[in-house]
Design a protein around this ligand. Structure first.
Ligand SMILES: Nc1ncnc2c1ncn2[C@@H]1O[C@H](COP(=O)(O)OP(=O)(O)OP(=O)(O)O)[C@@H](O)[C@H]1O
Length: 301
């Protein structure tokens, strides 16, 4: 059996004359967490709706090698999803709604487990009309995970969650992944998914900009030395003359490239009587580099 759970080939979608998805192709391997990253309006929700067969599209989508479309929903039986805002019944409690949607055997156990896992005990018996955005979001995630799905699609699940709830949700996703569940999780904030996603698909204006592993994306992030001296202007001039790159001249910001040697750099500065006040190493801001990639795409488009 193939290790590919989801396969999307040449997915195109227009609303009227507006092309919203342009030739999207990617796969999700079983047991992986795939982060779908893109700014608001990039097309994340539309991709998810296409996978769930709730809108017509051009192209081919398969789950476990079985085709999904607006009128082929059979492969979706083992799929759980939270798309946009969870549709909740305001006068039912969270527990009642979970009971309503629990299927198969052991419904009580499923409801009990999910309330426990998501730490919803405190508010599970309140009517959802009184829930905060974060509580609604948790219940929405609970509904998506309720029936022991093989594949879970979560659209911006961290929306409205405080840092503690965000961490709990991240931990839950990772635990479920360890049980073999596959996830497609969207966010417009890379750092929300940075620690959990195995693979990442970055989309912008309906096109894939990058599709790679999270590890590779992170390793493309530059590292820098930040050096403060008694004369940063002079130190910058000296380093530029010696073919170093210096990105910021207030405090010297020097990218660490392949053949970089901090010893050689310091030797040069010390030989010119420059005094080093401070030196530290730091990773670049991945979010920032990603935005640069996206900006370039926008300019080229
Ligand atoms: N039913 C619709 N009719 C017309 N345009 C639509 C429809 N649904 C989505 N769009 C447009 O498609 C584009 C992609 O929307 P989509 O909701 O997929 O983006 P997104 O990446 O999920 O963004 P967000 O995080 O803001 O939801 C947007 O320009 C949106 O306005």
């Amino acid at each position: 059996m193939s290790a590919t759970l989801l396969k999307i080939e040449n997915l195109n979608k227009s609303f009227g004359k507006k092309e919203v998805l342009k030739d999207i192709s990617f796969t999700a391997q079983k047991g992986h967490i795939i982060g779908l990253i893109g700014a608001n309006g990039a097309g994340k929700t539309t991709i998810m709706k296409a996978i769930l067969g709730i809108l017509p599209f051009n192209g081919k989508i398969t789950i476990n090698d079985k085709e999904v479309s607006i009128d082929k929903h059979q492969p979706l039986q083992s799929v759980g999803a939270l798309i946009e805002y969870p549709g909740l019944y305001p006068y039912l409690s969270g527990r009642e709604q979970l009971k309503l949607f629990a299927t198969g055997k052991e419904r009580e156990r499923k409801v009990h487990n999910i309330i426990d896992e998501l730490q919803m005990n405190r508010f599970a018996d309140q009517r959802t009309k009184d829930y905060s955005l974060g509580m609604k979001q948790k219940l929405g995630v609970g509904l998506a995970l309720l029936n022991d799905p093989q594949f879970v699609i979560l659209d911006e699940p961290m929306n409205g969650l405080d840092p503690k709830a965000t961490k709990e949700l991240r931990d839950l996703i990772v635990r479920e992944k360890e049980n073999g569940v596959t996830f497609l999780v969207s966010s417009h904030i890379l750092s929300e998914l940075q620690r959990i996603a195995d693979d990442v698909v970055v989309i912008d204006h309906g096109k894939i900009v990058t599709s790679t592993t999270m590890e590779r994306l992170l390793s493309s992030n530059k590292k820098y030395y930040f050096i403060d001296t008694n004369n940063n202007k002079l130190a910058t001039d000296i380093l530029l003359k010696n073919n170093y790159q210096v990105e910021n001249k207030e405090v010297l910001k020097i990218p660490i490239l392949d053949d970089f040697s901090i010893n050689n750099l310091l030797k040069i500065l010390l030989s010119k009587n420059i005094k080093i006040n401070d030196i530290k190493q730091q990773d670049g801001d991945l979010e920032e580099s990603l935005l640069k990639v996206l900006d370039k795409e926008v300019i080229q488009a």
